[in-house]
Design a protein around this ligand. Structure first.
Ligand code: MN3
Length: 235
């Protein structure tokens, strides 16, 4: 032992530090994971009563975290994916493994979902530009909401409901299964997402059990229309 310590003593400290820094997968100096869980932009109880704090905490801290962790693991297994952005991964979803497709979608969809919501009644109204487009493409705001609600109810099993736009500003409501989204190359009728609702049971079951319609109705009180309107004007 003394001989080893003595030999180490002869190694310049900077070299020891360099070896520690470059040693693969060691301690605090390991390469940072490619993807990280964004913090919720409000406290977990901010969306009550429409979405309860327990649901928010489990949904964000466990479900979303799991998508992030599983995505990092899946990307680490395939050197061809190194350095690709989340959007890159979605755009090539047709060539991806199920693990990359599901978890890249899960990470993107949830990040987008949290950012689309705010405290009940604080979300304002759609911008004039967006209101005009909603009326033009759905007949009225009420008809847009009916179409969105119907798509959420019609999604069998787990998935998402979307309001999307094309580059000309034409709006459409659609729905995707599992963690697919309109940015994936394999999703028909893709476009730029403006608003999304999560209709997986984990999003509402603790409070609403099987009453998905009640969740969909209460959820409107949370939509942050300033965020949605900004997305529309930035299309
Ligand atoms: Mn979810």
């Amino acid at each position: 032992m003394r001989r080893i310590l003595g030999a180490l003593g002869a190694v310049p400290p900077l070299l020891v530090l360099l070896v520690l820094l470059l040693w693969p997968g060691q301690g605090a100096w390991a390469a940072a994971p490619a993807f990280t869980l964004p913090a919720l932009p409000y406290p977990a109880n901010a969306l009550e009563p429409a979405i309860d704090a327990t649901t928010m905490t489990i949904h964000h801290d466990r479900h979303h975290q799991a998508y992030v962790d599983n995505l990092n693991a899946a990307v680490a297994r395939d050197p061809a994916l190194k350095g690709l952005s989340l959007e890159d991964l979605l755009a090539r979803a047709s060539k991806a493994t199920a693990a990359v497709r599901n978890n890249a979608g899960g990470h993107w969809n949830h990040s987008f979902f949290w950012a689309s919501l705010t405290r009940p009644g604080q979300g304002g109204e759609p911008s004039e530009e967006l209101q005009e487009a909603l009326v033009r493409d759905f007949g009225s705001i009420e008809q847009f909401r009916s179409a969105f609600r119907a798509a959420g109810l019609a999604r069998f099993g787990s998935g998402w409901v979307w309001l999307i736009t094309d580059s000309e500003g034409k709006l459409e409501v659609n729905s995707t299964p599992n963690q697919d989204n309109p940015l994936m190359d394999l999703v028909p009728g893709g476009g730029t997402p403006l608003l999304a609702n999560d209709v997986w049971e984990h999003a509402y079951y603790l409070k609403y059990q099987n009453r998905r319609a009640d969740y969909l109705d209460a959820w409107w009180s949370l939509v942050d229309w300033s965020v949605v309107s900004d997305r529309y004007s930035a299309r």
